[in-house]
Design a binder for this molecule. Sequence first.
Ligand code: UGB
Length: 593
Amino acid sequence: LKNIHLLSSDEVELAKLLVKEEQSHVFLHWADPGVDDEKKKSFFSQISILNGSYPGGLISYIKNSRRLLADSKTGNNPYDGFTPSVPSGEVITFGDDNFMMLEAVGVKQVCKTVFVLVAGGLGERLGYKGIKLALPSESTTGTSFLQHYIEYILALQDACCRVTQETCLNKIPLVIMTSDDTHAATLDLLRSNSYFGMESTQVKLLKQEKVACLADNDARLALDTKDGYKIQTKPHGHGDVHALLYASGLLSLWKDEGFKWVFFFQDTNALLFKAIAVSLGVISTKGYHVNSLTVPRKAKEAIGGITKLTHTDGRQLVINVEYNQLDPLLRAAGYPEGDVNCETGFSPFPGNINQLIVEMSSYIEELTKTKGAIAEFVNPKYKDSTKTCFKSSTRLECMMQDYPKTLPSSSRVGFTVMDTWLAYAPVKNNPEDASKVPKGNPYHSATSGEMAIYRANSLILKKAGVKVADPVFEMFNNQQVEVWPRITWHPKWGVTFADIRNKISGTCSISQMSTLIIKGKNIFLKDLALDGALIVNSEDDVDDAKVLKVEGSVKNKGWFLQHVDYKDDSVREESRIRGFKIEKNEQFILESK
Ligand code: UGB
């Protein structure tokens, strides 16, 4: 009360509400007026951010925390009353007739799609010093994840305009959710690279705020131990993206401009755009409100499992059950072995890859009801089995894939299962942790993420008729990986399989030691026999009619993967975390003039 004159009337109201919610401990130690006044003001600046960025405000956050902490203490299972079973979805086989049909339908939907990238995570498991979006997705060109994503979106936009015979009036919007940990570096990466060719107005950054930490089961806010005028905060999770989109007011504007779909994706999966057209084909032909993209999942793999849940009261929903919850849920439901592989060698529950497509109108309708609030959870680490004290403060969390949890049961929530090699190879684990994943499970490291790009591109060209040599096995950073020829192309060369197939003719072959980098759009491979390194560059951005034919035999000493030790500080971190760098011996460069 002695300090009341320092506060605005809104702040006084909020302070009263906090005291009523048993949070007076955050004020009790305040010094007399005249001492630490600036700190007191900044305390309220922080409080007003925490209050404004949570749907329903800080008081709702405290009430929700108390409820979830009580559930956690009594061991209430959020899945009580639900029986899990294996759902059925649309299974896609790359390159077959159904795939080609869906891809052709889907590519026409691209210019009606808003792309939303969640990139607020610090990437603690990877331990890379920079933001993950700045990490090269592969080493032959050094293209960063963000550059790769933007170039894909632009190429998709171009492909859509070509097939619909329209010049799209709307440039595809790209929203990037950042956080205090990633915002400045993301903006800097965009600005210093001229938005990688995208118009700056196409890109919208929405910054998520952290949430208050909780000190005990009564949801008392945790004060910073060094600065008593600060609340400890931690990330709330990728589920914030829905509340931020709702609060931005952008959804209705996009709907009015004719956008129909919102596609959510995460920060380090270089393969994800290879299946985007086909996934849009699925949602538009099936009339789903939500299409969740999945891949076959190894039991206990650290990705959620898409599960059908049937409640004793008859309710049913198809939803992601996070990896740490799937095993206990199955055991409790009478599967004594829990999360195990079935006869296919995979878990029967398809793996969530956090790529979701939602239909715009129903999405806006739902967010208008919920304001974007997503089902939350709390995961306190207790000191002992009495569950009365925490080892360290905790907070509520939420996940973007939980969006369907609040949808009415009439909603059509579907999922699409795609080949892992085509759609999913994230970079999440540091070399040491990756080398310890159970045998047969994916590493999800920078090494495996890069090798997956070469494998996917090799398999796509193989399917298009090119004789691509088989891979060899090699160990990098204690991870055994398949090494295919290092084939990369700029997305404008081909964003659909139909496009790519049209650019290959005759008898083409690529040996295992080869590197092929295709940088232009109108490049056609005919009777190419490659045994070495070949870089093809055409200036078709300047002259669309320009065509470059790549024919005949190319043989040279090529490029090699030179092993590096991840502990060797003299090597760049970007190379160390994958366990190799590229040694360029000899290459042939073909350019259209
Ligand atoms: N992210 C944010 O933008 N904000 C945050 O507060 C946190 C993260 P992680 P996670 O596909 O492999 C998810 O940490 O959460 C962004 C699914 O829940 O890499 O452990 C972050 O920048 C899981 O079901 O993943 O696991 C990144 O882009 C499974 O699908 C994204 O959110 C798993 O991803 C994911 O964050 C997976």
